[in-house]
Design a protein around this ligand. Structure first.
Ligand code: XUL
Ligand code: CO
Length: 444
């Protein structure tokens, strides 16, 4: 079937991607993602809530610090910003539809070129393109997972947006933030993201860290009060990243964000995290570590799916393809009961050298299959293997007797010391890591 929403087809060689199973040799078919297949009581579609991102897929052309991008897109041909934006949106919705992606995400500046617009001019442009987006969403049934504001690319934000040391610049950023929040609400966006690429500092010599963090907390409170006041009941996601572009980013990792929210009286009922795989690894964590910290703090909101590169240490945003890693993550995901409000958004880009238009389909098929397959494997491990039992056994001494008294806070340090003396040299108990790892492999 050919899906054509606008009047031009941008990807004529690719039709709707369907599930054909693991024996299919068709590169344009899912081998694992079978949207309506039930896993652990819900369909794959319901668990994963896949989303396509505007910035890597329709804006980025493969540029890197050493040169412009070689990828060529027909939707960039129109001469004026509105024409380009409308063409890009036709292409984007054709892609989302053919890919079976139920959601999409954007930064305000992805939708339409900002050029040197004033805030009011930019707001008008956003009105223009979100009118079209509204129509596209209605026609296709595709929904907005989250919107966000790009408050890091424009040179005016070089010293930050909500943490900028200069109040007029912070206020200018606030004006743009409001435009993006309004656009998100207009399009029934289910969530709103804050990623603070420039919210941090390079040197403490010129920085009052506490002032910047207090201002940032105020900024988040204002954003929340505004959207709640408009009757919006979605979730705000903070997307942690330790560095890049800024050396010390305030939202370093999930644990840091949890402490920040608590310190500044921001509730985890309003604010959760959007965990990006490659941001976790830049913070020297695993993806599953970040998911677990989030789940334990009522903050597991959403996921930006991608992967990094083992041999370098920057944000390469590659499509996920490592079954072992994703399976370990899906164990945490399933045990946590999935995501709270969010989905699995592909914040991933094809390589600079992948210049065929069809390559963006191939990248997303691989990413969706990786998550779908890992979901099945994780469910098998949880329901068929001794994994859960083995892990519970490690902690069983806290379930009864004095261990239980300890957990319930009934022991003083004197009583604990008495017990410790009576124990003598405790029995040595293996952590069994290799056996746990072998069980994961067994079910892959
Ligand atoms: C940057 C990044 C952003 C956020 C949205 O590393 O992940 O694209 O996802 O601003
Ligand atoms: Co991201």
């Amino acid at each position: 079937m050919t899906v054509l929403i606008g009047d031009k087809e941008y990807f004529p060689t690719v039709s709707e991607i369907k599930y054909e199973g693991r024996d299919s040799d068709n590169p344009f078919a899912f081998k694992w993602y079978d949207a309506d297949r039930i896993v652990a009581g819900k369909t794959m579609k319901e668990w994963l809530r896949f989303s396509g991102c505007y910035w890597h897929t329709f804006c980025g052309q493969g540029h890197d610090p050493f040169g412009p991008g070689p990828q060529r897109f027909e939707w960039n041909n129109p001469k004026d910003a509105r024409g380009r934006a409308a063409a890009k949106m036709d292409a984007a919705f054709e892609f989302f539809t053919k890919m079976q992606l139920p959601y999409y995400c954007f930064h305000d500046t992805d939708l339409i070129d900002e050029e040197d617009s004033t805030v009011s001019e930019f707001e008008e442009k956003i009105q223009f393109i979100t009118d079209i987006a509204q129509k596209k969403q209605d026609e296709s049934g595709i929904k907005l997972l989250w919107g966000t504001s790009n408050l890091f690319s424009n040179p005016r934000y070089m010293n930050g947006a909500g943490t900028n040391p200069h109040f007029p610049t912070l206020a200018r950023a606030g004006a743009q933030l409001k435009v993006a929040m309004d656009a998100t609400m207009k399009l029934n966006g289910e969530n709103y993201v804050f990623w603070g690429g420039r919210e941090g500092y390079i040197t403490l010599l010129n920085t009052k860290m506490e002032r910047e963090q207090e201002n940032f907390a105020r900024w988040l409170h204002m954003a929340k009060d505004y959207m709640r006041g408009q009757g919006w009941n979605g979730t705000f996601f903070i997307e942690p990243k330790p560095m890049e572009p800024t050396k010390h980013q305030y939202d370093f990792d999930t644990a840091t964000v949890a402490g920040f929210l608590q310190k500044y009286d921001l509730s985890t009922d309003d604010f959760k995290v959007n965990i990006e795989v490659n941001h976790a690894t830049l913070a020297s964590h695993t993806f599953q570590h970040e998911l677990q910290v989030a789940a334990d703090n009522n903050m597991l909101g959403s996921v930006d799916a991608n992967r990094g590169d083992y041999q370098n240490s920057w944000d390469t945003d590659q499509f996920p393809n490592n079954i072992n890693e994703t399976t370990e993550a899906m164990l945490v995901f399933l045990e946590a009961g999935g995501l709270q409000g969010g989905g699995v958004n592909f914040d991933a880009k094809t390589r600079r050298e992948s210049t065929d238009m069809e390559d963006i389909f191939i990248g997303h098929i691989g990413g969706m299959d990786t998550f779908a397959r890992s979901l099945i494997i994780a469910d098998d491990i949880l329901t068929k293997s001794k994994y859960t039992e083995m892990r519970n056994t490690r902690y069983e001494t806290f379930e009864t007797g004095q261990g239980k008294d300890f957990v319930e806070g009934k022991l003083s340090i004197e009583q604990l010391a008495e017990i410790g003396k009576a124990v003598g040299e405790p029995e040595q108990i293996s952590g069994k890591q290799e056996l746990f790892e072998n069980i994961v492999n067994q079910y892959i």
